[in-house]
Design a protein around this ligand. Structure first.
Ligand SMILES: Cc1cc2nc3c(=O)[nH]c(=O)nc-3n(C[C@H](O)[C@H](O)[C@H](O)COP(=O)(O)O)c2cc1C
Length: 316
């Protein structure tokens, strides 16, 4: 099985990805959060710079519905040495969808087809796609599959939910199965893999899966790829490694962000996931959320590592 790290805006930055690669690894491809400007901002450039991604297979992701912008960004990315990019057709957020981008693009199959025709005929890079199965109903998937069938997609990552479902409800495994029957390109499954048990359950209904992308499960429990690969890990080591991983991310943000508050926002976002793996941590998690200085933040975070039992594979 191959495992990919899902792109997660604001969370899986190059600081996070490097720390992850250093302490955990077990990831075959890392996808960057989406780039959405025709010209990359300095933050976006830093995220994709080869020297910030060394030793990792990193795939930059693009969110746009304009072929010219996609092609222009690809030209830039090619100059940094990238040979593959990923197109985001899955983002469900209201503001993105309202502009007909991300999952919002799925509502306009003719426009999407014309866009794909343009980029696949003119882009010098390989193109993989990350997609949902439609906006409102599963029947939209048939039309989308007939479009995807026409292009040499390097890899199709399927998050088998509709836009209207956000990240809730149960993934539509039948839609993934249909893609396996119809498409000849490599496929990757994405959605709700949070433990070896959920992987096993998914593989029982979709035994053809060869690649899994993990997002929230990995943020909640960075050991997840190792556990899914059935590698041996012990709880004692797990907490000290997690603390080192956390401290590396904290130092990384402190070294690049202006003002401690920006670093604290980043770390607090991480704890919304990481905090779920600790028992009885509510008091300290509240202190983390309230921290206004790095010193207060460190006190609260260290208390979690020191005193709360780490139970990373609890099912929700
Ligand atoms: C906070 C957050 C940010 C995300 N940002 C992106 C993004 O930049 N690009 C993208 O394709 N998907 C993004 N996603 C979706 C994830 O990549 C993934 O598809 C989703 O979380 C489902 O996988 P999971 O169940 O393993 O978490 C984001 C999801 C969350 C919760």
């Amino acid at each position: 099985m191959n495992y990919y790290m899902a792109p997660m805006e604001g969370l899986t930055t190059y600081i996070f990805r490097n720390a992850f690669h250093q302490y955990y690894g077990g990831i075959d491809k890392y996808f960057t959060p989406f780039l959405c400007n025709r010209h990359m901002s300095s933050r976006e450039k830093n995220d994709i710079l080869p020297e910030h991604n060394s030793g990792m297979c990193t795939i930059p992701q693009i969110l746009t519905n304009r072929a010219e912008d996609f092609l222009s960004l690809c030209q830039d990315l090619a100059s940094y040495g990238y040979d593959t990019v990923n197109l985001n057709l899955g983002c469900p957020s209201g503001t993105v969808v309202a502009k007909g981008r991300g999952a919002g693009f799925l509502a306009y199959p003719d426009k999407l087809d014309a866009f794909l025709y343009e980029i696949f005929s003119r882009c010098p890079l390989s193109i993989s796609i990350k997609t949902r199965i439609g906006m409102e109903q599963e029947s939209e998937w048939d039309t989308l599959l007939s479009i995807y069938q026409k292009y040499p997609i390097a890899e199709l990552i399927i998050h088998p939910r509709l836009q209207k479902e956000g990240y809730g409800g149960i993934p539509h495994v039948s839609a993934y199965k249909k893609a396996e029957e119809i498409l000849s390109c490599p496929l990757c499954y994405n959605g709700d893999i949070i433990s070896p048990a959920t992987q096993e359950k998914t593989l029982t209904v979709l035994p053809g899966i060869k690649t899994i992308m993990i997002g929230r499960g990995l943020l909640k429990n960075p050991l997840l790829p190792s556990l899914l690969r059935l590698e041996n890990t012990t709880a004692g080591d797990a907490v000290s490694t997690l603390k080192d991983f956390h401290d590396t991310i904290l130092e990384g943000y402190l070294s690049i962000m202006s003002g401690d508050m920006n670093t604290l926002y980043k770390m607090k976002d991480l704890w919304t996931f990481l905090g779920q793996s600790f028992n009885g941590a509510d008091k300290y998690l509240k202190a983390i959320r309230k921290a206004r200085t790095v010193a207060d933040y460190r006190l609260a975070a260290n208390a979690v590592f020191r005193t709360c039992p780490y139970l990373p594979c609890q099912e929700e």
